[in-house]
Design a protein around this ligand. Structure first.
Ligand code: COA
Ligand code: ZN
Length: 307
């Protein structure tokens, strides 16, 4: 961090309608997805990952990505992203006027094969074409490196390998890279080490941390990522989430719990916590079961008298 005072501003990207919904069993109607996104658009997010332009056979829940994009009311302060796994998805995302692409590739060869049915080299070759297409349309690109902290199929993942792939994508001129703990295997020590390396190696890139709370380490990982200089986080309303192609994967860190913690720590999230809690209550009605959010049950702690 070169001795400069690190900024207290933290940028949050909401992933519930993509990462959250893709692992729900019961189809959520398109109109409900649009209503939830429109409500969240007023909550102060930097970005909302609206949906995913994947094969509708692979992820039936997100088959309506095009209709959802067409139906939402866009707040100019929010970036509306989509997950893009291949060239076909990129063309659909451009037609839907997606603000930015979130490309995906796994560091684990086994997970890449399970999720995308390609080797990592095949993915990289396709994504190279997608990045060129995005550049021709002035569309910023983020690359999500799945299983950066471990993989439920392959086990331990070598941080050197994460850095090698990050360098290859950085060389293609992407705007940012997400270090994704797809299966909730990151611990604070591993997070601090990898995040500090990435922040030092890529001062020009937006580095995002994407954590799942599968083993209860999610918010502890956020605190160490903050210490390592990370200021962009993905989170999912209510703590929904998981990858359908990773056995045992469960929810992302919960947005309202993340914002609540960061507010208490004196970070500036720009987020409206009461609106988030209302949105989480609506989400619970939409999915028809108790969602993981502990904050929704307990309520926020009272504001301190002299913070
Ligand atoms: N959008 C819509 N349809 C697509 C598509 C896309 N982006 N990519 C492929 N398809 C369709 C093809 O048209 C084809 O349809 P058909 O059977 O009617 O001819 C079918 O999907 C298979 O196409 P193919 O090129 O052989 O792809 P594949 O079966 O190897 O699948 C992926 C590749 C990446 C599209 C698919 O594995 C996928 O969507 N995986 C899900 C990834 C994901 O979102 N995971 C969770 C998030 S990390
Ligand atoms: Zn995820």
């Amino acid at each position: 961090m070169n001795g400069a005072t690190p900024t207290r501003r933290v940028h949050i990207a909401e992933v519930v309608t993509r990462d959250g919904f893709q692992s729900e069993a019961q189809f959520i109607p398109t109109a409900d997805k649009i209503a939830l996104i429109d409500r969240m658009s007023r909550a102060g997010y930097a970005a909302i990952e609206v949906s995913s332009f994947t094969s509708p056979k692979a992820i039936p829940m997100l088959a309506d990505a095009d209709t959802v994009f067409a139906g939402i009311s866009r707040n100019p302060a929010v970036e509306y992203l989509a997950l893009v796994p291949n060239l076909r998805g990129a063309e659909r995302a451009l037609a839907a006027r997606t603000d930015a692409f979130n490309l995906v590739m796994s560091i684990s060869e086994a997970h890449n094969q399970a999720n995308l049915r390609m080797s990592r080299e095949q993915s990289f070759a396709q994504l190279q074409e997608v990045i060129a297409l995005a550049a021709a349309h002035q569309t910023p690109v983020n690359v999500s490196l799945s299983t950066s902290f471990g993989c439920s199929l392959a086990g331990w993942v070598d941080p050197d390998e994460v850095m090698r792939w990050a360098i290859r994508f950085a060389d293609l001129g992407v705007r940012g890279i997400s270090l994704c703990d797809t299966t909730g295997m990151a611990d604070p020590a591993a997070v601090e080490a990898l995040c500090a390396r990435a922040v030092a190696a890529f001062p020009q890139l937006q580095i995002t941390a994407h954590f799942h709370n599968t083993r209860g380490m999610g918010l502890a990982n956020v605190v160490t990522a903050l210490q390592a200089g990370i200021r962009h986080f993905d989170a999912s309303l209510g703590g929904l989430g998981g990858c359908p192609y990773a056995p045992g994967a469960t929810g992302n860190i919960c947005t309202e719990e993340l914002v609540h913690m960061l507010d208490l720590m004196g970070y500036d999230t720009g987020m409206d916590l009461p609106l988030l809690l209302e949105s989480a209550a609506l989400l619970e009605r939409l999915v028809g079961r108790t969602i993981p959010s502990q904050l929704l049950r307990a309520g926020p702690v009272p504001v301190r008298a002299s913070a």
